[in-house]
Design a protein around this ligand. Sequence first.
Ligand code: CP
Ligand code: NVA
Length: 304
Amino acid sequence: MKLETKNLLTVDEISDKEFLELIDHSIKLKEENKMVKGKPLLENKTLAMLFEKPSTRTRVSFETGMLQLGGHTVNLSLNEMQHSRGESVEDTAKTLSGYVDAIVARVYEHSFIEDLAKHATVPVINGLSNSYHPCQTLADFMTIKEHKKKFKDLKIAWIGDGNNVCNSLIFGCSKTQTEITIATPKGFEPNSDVVKKSSEYTSVDLTNDPEFAVKDADIVMTDTFTSIHTSDPKQNEKFLPTFQVNDSLMEKAKNDAIFMHCLPAKREQEVTSSVIDGPQSVVWDEAENRLHSQKALLLSLLGI
Ligand code: CP
Ligand code: NVA
């Protein structure tokens, strides 16, 4: 399958059909990996990995995924590149395009990755910006499909910060008609344009009450209260104790609800250890699925 879009900067760029096909392909690749049937489909292909922020999962899953598909990666830290001494994004994008077959970038400003994509002649993947995290959404919906076998008639409760992961998740809900209720403190709501656009396709409700959000929820999700780009060191205080996902909150969701978190988690802050290590948690599947879903993404962007 070849995606219509050259890049993946936000989930919104791909069609509903492409999104669903990517999820199914990700599940197939996971099965193949278990049977050790990986094919070197990206032999002689190189992925540039450009990081302006720390990462564990994104970096290792892209690198391992490329290796499993027979390709290579080049690891780049933005502050060690000539960009840090004033070379433009445009010139950086054009230069990298002459060497590599695709670029994944984790950056602060979303406009940076838009610029990179505009001037690169090879596909550019957003590995997280302050505004969006589309690769996380692919892995999240793959994980939901594995555990719930469907998307329609499911309800997600997002508890905490309406951040980059949440914005992309809402787009994912609109692609799959999954319902979502987002509970945030006032002032921490997700991007209003994302909510407005997605509300045309599925039910997107905003509330300040976590207990209301988890009622009848099939999936309870949260993320750190202090994203990498958060400037307020005391931001946690605006969320605690009301927005912590703990046993008492999980009890108010459906009995068979699963708990998800993109990780890294700050234990006893946004989630208690009892929940993240408990029987309803699927966070390790979710983390592993970054590998499989990004392999599917790389193949579909490169038309293989
Ligand atoms: N979930 C996620 O993107 O993790 P990393 O920050 O470790 O890449
Ligand atoms: N919202 C978090 C996600 C980390 C994977 C952040 O931006 O730091």
